[in-house]
Design a protein around this ligand. Structure first.
Ligand SMILES: [Zn+2]
Length: 200
């Protein structure tokens, strides 16, 4: 899997096609060869996104065309995902951060947030749990200057693109990518074989 990030964030979430120049720079997650990819078709998946309408958010289900690249060296195919798509999660990263912003910044009640975003309370607390599990990374990023989880969230939102690029390159995993476990910790960090490509 290849997560494709553009610094100016002007990417089309519904369909990402790397430029010819970028294709020559992407490393194969399987064999580590550089620039050996060619386009190998698309598949469709659905994603929940939050759309701002006047002053409130609407939950929208969109269809995303995901490009597959094939490596000429090892013949393996890899999906190219917009960085807003968390692998195997039906909710976009920005949907989850908008839910959390309603809680930490706008100070809405959990019941109000669940109505606005059309999610269950259980799912809200799952998202909150994702955030709490990522807090050590956020605290490290802000070099311990802020400790309060609400203030850290505000700083995170203000610096989100830079934070995510640094996070992806440092940890080699996707932010908010967790898998359910059978242990009492409920969710654990998912280390997934993923390459993050930052296009300038
Ligand atoms: Zn390869």
């Amino acid at each position: 899997m290849i997560a494709y990030i553009k610094k100016d964030d002007k990417q089309n979430l519904k369909e990402i096609i790397p430029s010819e120049q970028d294709l020559l720079k992407i490393t194969c997650p399987k064999c580590n060869c550089v620039g050996r990819f060619y386009l190998h078709g698309f598949y469709t998946r659905f994603l929940y996104v939050a759309i701002l309408v006047v002053n409130s958010f609407l939950k929208d289900k969109i269809s995303v065309r995901v490009l597959r690249l094939k490596c000429r060296n090892c013949n393996k195919t890899h999906a190219v995902l917009h960085h807003d798509i968390i692998p195997y999660n039906r909710y976009s990263l920005s949907f989850i951060t908008e839910v959390l912003a309603s809680f930490f910044i706008s100070k809405y009640k959990v019941s109000e947030i669940c109505i606005e975003f059309e999610i269950s309370e259980k799912l809200f607390y799952t998202f909150l749990d994702y955030y709490k599990k990522e807090l050590p990374e956020l605290k490290a990023y802000f070099k311990g200057k802020i400790q309060d989880e609400e203030e850290i969230f505000e700083e995170f939102i203000l610096n989100i693109t830079d934070f995510l690029i640094g996070f992806f390159l440092r940890t080699k995993r996707h932010f908010f990518h967790f898998k359910a476990t059978n242990t009492f910790s409920k969710y654990s960090i998912c280390h997934f074989h993923i390459i993050f490509f930052v296009s300038s």
